[in-house]
Design a protein around this ligand. Structure first.
Ligand SMILES: Nc1ncnc2c1ncn2[C@@H]1O[C@H](COP(=O)(O)OP(=O)(O)OP(=O)(O)O)[C@@H](O)[C@H]1O
Ligand SMILES: [Mg+2]
Length: 267
């Protein structure tokens, strides 16, 4: 018999990862997490639980203190120079605050997803090849914003701006998209649109997506796998169906019990 091979390779792997901030705060405690290609993972936890720290460790926006993080089998923790740039090119990022260049057009913003593929000089002068513009346009179509291609970013609603930032991430042709509280500043209807876009991208393109969320309800509605963090530690990692009220209490502590709930709802 040959070796046992996982049907799907792991695309993000945390191995004994800890992070201590310079001020002594322990952001992450001995994380061991394996995320397979094509998964849609939602990370939940109270404010300060370590969600952003975990997400930023994945593309090394933050250095970790010990352990190793592997992306598609390569250590991003140890990578340097060109190797690091190539690993990062595979990872798109979406922020709560959208991080768009407000006075630029939607197209310019989305095209900036291609910068890692070209020389700085070219992209500084906005010289992107025709194929890139095609990619940008297709990405905008995917989030239903093709008609806004020449609109200035600051003329869009918050939800539209977030969808532009999703299109920018897509234009990067990443294997992974990380989204840190992508809907925290949006109203409920817009929230659904943005979450639906992320889910569709995951289904249609097979891009692995990791989303940080505050809301338990959203996590339940959209998640297939939930990772619960508390004080920098994984306190739950499993399918949504197994995230019982008891589990959620473990993630959120007593705080969740203090919130008044409508009759008949037990959390
Ligand atoms: N740059 C930093 N320097 C020192 N401590 C930090 C820094 N960033 C975060 N922390 C601390 O690390 C812990 C985890 O923070 P993190 O931002 O990852 O939490 P979070 O789960 O994303 O919270 P939120 O829901 O508020 O965004 C907190 O105790 C926080 O105060
Ligand atoms: Mg955060």
């Amino acid at each position: 018999m040959g070796p046992i091979v996982d049907k799907k390779a792991s695309i993000i792997s945390f191995q004994n990862v800890s992070k201590i901030y310079p001020n002594g705060v322990q952001g992450l405690k001995d994380l061991n997490i394996d995320i397979k290609q094509g998964e849609f993972v939602i990370v939940v936890g109270l404010s300060g639980a370590g969600k952003s720290t975990m997400l930023r460790a994945i593309n090394r926006l933050h250095e970790i203190t010990s352990g190793d993080i592997q992306i598609d089998g390569k250590s991003i923790t140890k990578a340097k120079g060109k190797e690091l740039r190539l690993i990062r090119r595979d990872i798109g990022m979406i922020f709560q605050s959208f991080n768009l260049v407000k006075r630029s057009t939607v197209l310019r913003n989305v095209l900036s997803g291609r910068v890692a593929y070209h020389s700085t000089l070219k992209t500084m002068f906005g010289l992107f090849p025709k194929e890139d513009k095609q990619l940008a346009y297709e990405a905008l179509q995917r989030v239903n914003l093709a008609e806004k291609v020449y609109t200035r970013a600051d003329e869009l609603s918050g939800g539209q701006q977030q969808r532009v930032s999703i299109a920018r991430a897509l234009t990067q042709e990443p294997k992974i998209i990380l989204a840190d509280e992508p809907v925290a500043s949006l109203d409920p209807v817009t929230t659904e649109k943005v979450m639906d876009d992320l889910l569709r991208i995951n289904h249609e393109l097979g891009i692995t997506i990791v989303v940080n969320l505050h809301s338990v309800d959203l996590a339940r509605q959209y998640g297939t796998r939930i990772i619960g963090l508390r004080d920098g530690e994984v306190v739950f990692d499993g399918p949504v169906a197994k995230a019982t009220d008891e589990t959620l209490r473990g993630i959120y502590g007593e705080k969740i019990l203090e919130e008044p709930k409508p009759e008949g709802v037990t959390v």
